[in-house]
Design a protein around this ligand. Structure first.
Ligand SMILES: Nc1ncnc2c1ncn2[C@@H]1O[C@H](COP(=O)(O)OP(=O)(O)O)[C@@H](O)[C@H]1O
Ligand SMILES: [Mg+2]
Length: 264
């Protein structure tokens, strides 16, 4: 096994001390792009906002970095929808929402981020009219304005608890894949009361995510899949996220970094 470098930021180090303590057991950890020449680099929370500049710096430093701007954008900009639509909620863009005949409810969000902590007022829309109103509100938000808005068919999900502003804490899991292989997974909602009592990823959730991964690995080297249990039965992909920017949710940091080190 060869030693690789985790490239992060000072802010991320301060915000995730447990994660980086575990990372340092298996990797060199640095916040400087200049200090890691000619190694395999794995960015964690350091890919945005200037992803292309990061890739150029890594190339300049003769680093090995197996992802690419195309693969990163395929995930971060929702490019995966065309290839993975059978696994996730039906989704409309502002360009085709006028053709949508579904009466609602909808979930409204940016291509990458949402205002989920304001679920009642800034995400859940009972009707098409509400959805358009929320879409306009989100377009004025400084973070979401540059992402363009998505309108998604609301699907009732198994819900354990309802948080502040109506946010449903659903039966949802996050699974990390590297080189198309499953690395580690865990309960999605680290802020919920149930976070400590939720254990392993259920077998059906894993099976479902593996089917998604089998398609995704033709387009990206590494990725993160969030899957939730539908109230009507079965599982659905909530979204795909980049490996570089996704938090660990309830995944044990040691289990994550030891599995990643073995894969390098
Ligand atoms: N179409 C949907 N139907 C039902 N619940 C949804 C839908 N989309 C998202 N959710 C719920 O809202 C949460 C936040 O949505 P998500 O797309 O993951 O936003 P973010 O990118 O901010 O994490 C999800 O974890 C899921 O529980
Ligand atoms: Mg999410």
């Amino acid at each position: 096994m060869r030693r690789a470098t985790i490239l992060t930021t000072t802010e991320a180090l301060l915000n995730n001390p447990d994660e980086f303590e575990a990372a340092a057991r298996y990797f060199d950890v640095t916040t400087s792009r200049c200090s890691c020449r000619r190694t395999l680099v794995i960015p964690r929370y350091s890919a945005l906002p200037h992803y292309v500049d990061l890739v150029l710096d890594l190339e300049f430093n003769c680093n090995e970095y197996p992802s690419s701007p195309d693969a990163f954008r395929w995930i971060a900009d929702f490019g995966y929808y065309d290839q993975l639509k059978e696994f996730t909620f039906q989704t409309w863009t502002p360009d085709d929402f006028y053709r949508c005949t579904h009466p609602g409810p909808f979930v409204v969000k940016g291509r990458t981020n949402s205002k989920k902590y304001n679920w009642d007022t800034h995400m859940f829309a009972r009707t098409k009219q509400d959805a358009v109103r929320i879409g306009c509100m989100l377009s004025e938000d400084s973070l979401l304005a540059s992402q363009s808005i998505l309108y998604r068919k609301y699907e009732p999900l198994v819900t354990h608890e309802v948080g502040l502003n109506g946010l449903p804490f659903t039966n949802e899991y996050r699974l990390f894949y590297d080189q198309g292989e499953y690395l580690a997974g865990g309960f999605y909602w680290s802020e919920s009361d149930r976070a400590d009592s939720r254990g392993e990823v259920p077998a059906e959730a894993r099976e479902f995510a593996d089917q998604v991964a089998a398609v995704a690995k033709c387009h990206a080297h590494s990725f993160v899949i969030d899957v939730a249990e539908k109230a009507a039965g079965g599982w659905i992909m909530v979204e795909m996220n980049t490996f570089e920017q996704s938090g660990l949710s309830c995944i044990d940091p040691d289990a994550f970094y030891s599995a990643l080190a073995k894969n390098c």
